[in-house]
Design a binder for this molecule. Structure first.
Ligand code: SF4
Ligand code: SF4
Length: 442
């Protein structure tokens, strides 16, 4: 048998609707098989804390092999995985179509789904993964001030740490006093100019984060579209993309969110819209996770084909000669972090390409997991590991002595600023969409 893959990696459908998916005995056999491959390989030892947890368990066992590890301890490995996909994307030579068929993240997802089905999730985990419900509640006018004040109050945070398990030192995003939809400007009436590679009209899937936490990022995207004479609409009746529920292993909730989102999005896709979401994890949900969960659902596949990362779309627009380059402001030194869920989209470093088109702008790119991952790095038991995983990224960004620190993932962006501490000096945090708008001077 050949060592390692020569073909392009591929991914099998998740198969979560087959009875065997939830068969714990079968899942543990598969875990043992894959753990054994990983133990013999150990390439991923420095990616996250899941692999060191596994290798420490093996090294402490009586046999020094995976068969010496208690099955109950497998959960310790599963809990350390936050499904960033980096091992699959960047290290593993045994991913399909290699016959060893190692898809470590999707095996972890299967284990998380079994755990969820057996015992549900804690109140905290359910709360943190209900981004839409939390957003609606926390942006009610009086509540928003209270929630933002509590999030910054040391005493209240210590209480939340003890009672809810949200780490007291994690800097949390504020909730917006004015939601994205209530401050949204209708698109100007503009002619649709389809390019060879890029549809000439856009539907924006705003995401929970933009709707409730940072509407400014959404407005930046709309301003850039308007400047480039691209008409847009918002996806109606938008619910959460489902990524936080997926990370919890709550696949039935993913299905019900998909049923809310997909019909309207599929209609927009069939009408010829490019669908853009400003958060990489949400884009990935529609580009990869839902298509692998529902491989026979034609609507899901149509949405997948219409889905673009915003910078992927802008670069294609530039390739079509339909993107303006009338930049008025230089950006100086930008330390840019590409999040794992952007890398998994397999479209290259489109944000870097776009920012480098701006004159007098130097982009230093750091391509390594920052370790926050959605809600994982917020939790009491994982916060320290999250900061530890991020340390090489914090150092590399600070070494660029940047004017701006930027990541496509705004949650990672905040984590990076927190981790850089004093080392960030005068650097400001800005999302790439905000930087592009600033460069246009609009
Ligand atoms: S998916 Fe990410 S967190 Fe999970 S094992 Fe792979 S590298 Fe580690
Ligand atoms: S996921 Fe692949 S590359 Fe990583 S340790 Fe396991 S076998 Fe090796």
């Amino acid at each position: 048998m050949r060592e390692g893959n020569l073909e392009a990696p591929t991914r099998h459908p998740l198969g979560w609707q087959d009875a065997a998916f939830y068969d714990e005995g079968a899942a543990f056999s598969e875990l043992e098989r894959v753990f054994d491959t990983c133990h013999g390989c150990r390439r991923c030892v420095n990616l996250c804390t899941a692999f060191p947890t596994l290798f420490d368990l093996v090294d402490a066992s009586s046999t020094l092999e995976v068969d010496g590890v208690a099955k109950q301890d497998y959960w310790k490995v599963v809990d350390q995985c936050y499904l960033c996909d980096t091992c699959y994307m960047t290290k593993c030579p045994y991913v399909p179509p290699h016959p060893w068929n190692v898809d470590f993240p999707h095996l972890m997802l299967r284990a998380k789904a079994i755990k969820f089905k057996k015992g549900g999730a804690s109140f905290r985990d359910k709360l943190l993964s209900s981004t839409d419900a939390m957003g609606k509640l926390n942006t009610i006018p009086i509540v928003v001030r209270l929630v933002n004040a509590v999030n910054k109050n040391g005493l209240a945070r210590s209480l939340l740490h003890q009672t809810l398990g949200v780490h007291k030192d994690r800097e949390l995003p504020e909730y917006a006093s004015r939601k994205f939809r209530s401050s949204f400007q209708e698109s100007k009436s503009l002619p649709v100019k389809d390019g060879k590679n890029s549809p000439g009209k856009v539907a924006v899937f705003a995401t929970c984060y933009v709707k409730y936490n940072e509407p400014g990022m959404g407005h930046d995207l709309l301003a850039i579209l308007t400047h480039n004479e691209i008409p847009y609409v918002l996806v109606e009746k938008e619910a959460c993309c489902g990524m936080p529920k997926l990370e919890l292993g709550d696949l039935e909730s993913v299905r019900s969110l998909k049923e809310k989102n997909i019909p309207g999005m599929a209609q927009l896709a069939r009408e010829g819209y490019a669908i853009l979401t400003p958060i990489p994890s949400c884009t990935l949900m529609f580009k990869q996770e839902l298509p692998l969960m529902f491989p026979d659902d034609a609507d899901v596949q149509v949405v997948k084909d219409a889905m673009f990362d915003p910078f992927e779309y802008f670069v294609l627009r530039a390739k079509d000669g339909l993107l303006k380059k009338d930049f008025k402001q230089k950006l100086g030194k930008v330390a840019y972090h590409i999040p794992c869920h952007s890398r998994v989209q397999n479209v290259g470093q489109k944000t870097r390409e776009m920012l480098q088109m701006i004159p007098d702008t130097v982009v230093t790119t750091v391509e390594r997991c920052a370790g926050h991952d959605g809600t994982w790095g917020v939790k009491k038991e994982y916060f320290d590991n999250s900061m530890k995983i991020g340390r090489p990224v914090f150092r590399a960004l600070a070494a660029a002595e940047p004017d701006y620190v930027s990541s496509d993932c705004p949650i990672a962006g905040r984590h990076l600023m927190q981790g850089m501490g004093e080392e960030k000096k005068q650097a400001e945090k800005a999302h790439p969409l905000t930087l592009l708008r600033e460069a246009y001077g609009i």
